[in-house]
Design a protein around this ligand. Structure first.
Ligand SMILES: Cc1cc2nc3c(=O)[nH]c(=O)nc-3n(C[C@H](O)[C@H](O)[C@H](O)COP(=O)(O)OP(=O)(O)OC[C@H]3O[C@@H](n4cnc5c(N)ncnc54)[C@H](O)[C@@H]3O)c2cc1C
Ligand code: SF4
Ligand code: SF4
Ligand code: SF4
Length: 447
């Protein structure tokens, strides 16, 4: 088997232009795993860092991986046609949604261990227990390596429960659908927006796949974090990965914090304060992969339902703490939510779309504006850039300055020594009062 998976199509003797982009350009690869799922000859696998690897001897040059790859081209009209049967619009970061809900599971066990309100886990359990699905594509941590995520098909309550919580690191999720054609399984998939794009493209290219995917639950995603993040967080705390049993990203009361569960039974928080105030703000700046910085979809616009944290705020702070915000997008998604409410599995409160919009304005700035500007700027300067198609909003001078500023910070993050030095500073005792001050200011009236 020739060595492959390296950028620029290195080592491949077949025409790389028919293949998905990850074989020739890592900067454009979301590591979604779609190429590994669609390949009819199982020629594609996922490498340790999530990028695809090709066994050239098995490739029949059918071009399906290139056709379904969401890496180098994201066409909102095409994705919208695949999901909703019309060309839609790329302008609104909330996408096409018929209802906006704040949701929590009624099962205290599910809710306690979940990322926000346990909506995702409860809906998966409901679908499994009522025979709507045979299994669910979920992402837990790799039991053999506490720094890596691992996606698998959960077929029991215990397996779905084990995958509760978010892992803010890369896993080539769609790769788990490899072999789906050979079974009669109907599956639910829990996916990040780019992974939803891959599945929708696959459904458009191969309509039979529509019958096999019963439900796509999309997660909101501002970015994922690149692979060194856990090792560098542990190193900054003086912890060796070998002494860690498991990393949990949302441990303790909502919103939780990133903690290392040590082999000796100790639980060590890896940052100040909670995950929202003390970690994610700077980790997303230092560890955002290049491809994520050109990603125009924050709310999984083409899923059946999309789920995020209920970050909506009012005068007294969060209005729906420890709940999931759910955007209902398709008829299948609406029926699932209605049936789960009727069965008493979830509680769902209607929330005004405007409150959700205010809470997630970062998606307007980072996704619909900065990402689109950045992709265009990279294309102009001859760097690998994602082709983004759709009626994205107009950008003004403030948007351009913000994009430049964010790109400068990303540059710092790209230099490992600078990144590690900044991380150590942000985790030091010196930062604790600043994080506490930020929290106090946030508790002040939001409006
Ligand atoms: C990388 C990433 C970025 C996110 N960014 C945001 C954000 O910017 N704003 C926001 O509001 N919410 C974001 N979320 C979603 C949020 O963290 C919660 O997943 C969401 O609120 C659902 O909570 P829940 O309690 O309903 O889910 P739970 O019931 O806890 O279930 C979580 C589900 O997420 C799946 N999952 C975990 N990690 C991954 C992964 N890496 N890839 C795919 N699936 C995974 C698990 O399979 C599980 O089924 C992000 C999630 C991830 C994984
Ligand atoms: S399908 Fe996904 S994993 Fe494969 S090359 Fe494209 S973006 Fe990368
Ligand atoms: S066989 Fe088809 S899908 Fe598989 S790697 Fe080759 S071109 Fe891609
Ligand atoms: S930011 Fe976009 S490309 Fe990156 S993981 Fe999230 S959905 Fe995928």
């Amino acid at each position: 088997m020739p060595a492959a998976g390296a950028p620029e199509g290195q080592g491949l003797s077949i025409d790389t232009s028919i293949l998905s982009v990850g074989f020739r350009e890592h900067d454009l690869c979301t590591r979604c795993g779609t190429c590994g799922a669609v390949c009819p000859t199982l020629a594609v696998s996922a490498g340790r860092n999530g990028f695809p690897l090709l066994d050239e001897s098995k490739c029949i040059s059918c071009g399906l991986c290139g056709k379904t790859c969401p890496g180098s081209r994201v066409s909102f009209p095409e994705l919208s046609c695949s999901a909703f049967g019309n060309a839609g619009s790329a302008a609104d970061f909330l996408g096409h949604a018929s209802r906006f809900l704040a949701v929590h599971s009624t099962d205290t066990e599910v809710r306690a261990g979940a990322a926000s309100g346990g909506a995702v886990t409860e809906l998966l359990l409901f679908m499994l227990e009522t025979g709507r699905i045979d299994g669910a594509v979920v992402t837990g941590m790799d039991p053999t390596d506490p720094t890596r995520a691992m996606t698998f098909i959960a077929r029991t309550r215990e397996q779905i429960l084990r995958a509760r919580q978010s892992r803010y690191i890369i896993s080539p999720v769609n790769q788990a659908l490899r072999g789906i054609r050979k079974t009669q399984d109907r599956l639910a998939c829990v996916c990040l927006p780019c992974q939803v794009h891959g599945i929708r493209k696959w459904m458009a290219a191969e309509p039979a796949i529509r019958d096999r995917i019963a439900c796509i639950i999309g997660l909101f995603c501002v970015t994922t974090l690149d692979s060194p993040v856990i090792r560098e967080l542990l190193a900054a705390r003086g912890i060796s990965p070998e002494s860690v049993d498991e990393i949990r990203f949302r441990e303790g009361g909502w919103p939780g914090r990133i903690c290392a569960f040590m082999k000796d039974g100790a639980v060590v928080p890896l940052h100040h304060s909670n995950f929202k105030d003390g970690a994610i703000n700077y980790l997303t700046r230092l560890y955002s992969p290049v491809r994520c910085r050109m990603c125009p979809d924050g709310t999984a616009e083409f899923a059946d339902i999309s789920v995020g944290d209920a970050w909506m705020r009012g005068r007294e702070g969060y209005t729906h703490p420890a709940m999931s915000v759910v955007l209902v997008r398709t008829q299948a998604g609406a029926k699932l939510v209605d049936d789960a409410v009727e069965a008493g599995r979830i509680v769902a409160h209607e929330v005004p779309a405007e409150a959700v919009r205010r809470a997630f304005m970062t998606f307007e700035k980072n996704k619909k504006k900065s990402a689109v500007l950045r992709a265009a700027r990279r294309a102009r300067s001859g760097k690998p850039a994602v082709g983004l198609e759709g009626d994205f909003p107009e950008c003004g001078i403030t948007d351009r300055l913000r994009e430049r500023g964010a790109s400068l910070v990303h540059l710092l993050g790209a230099a490992p020594r600078v990144r590690v030095a900044l991380l150590r500073m942000l985790l030091s005792g010196f930062m604790a009062p600043l994080v506490a001050l930020r929290r106090r200011l946030k508790r002040a009236p939001a409006e």
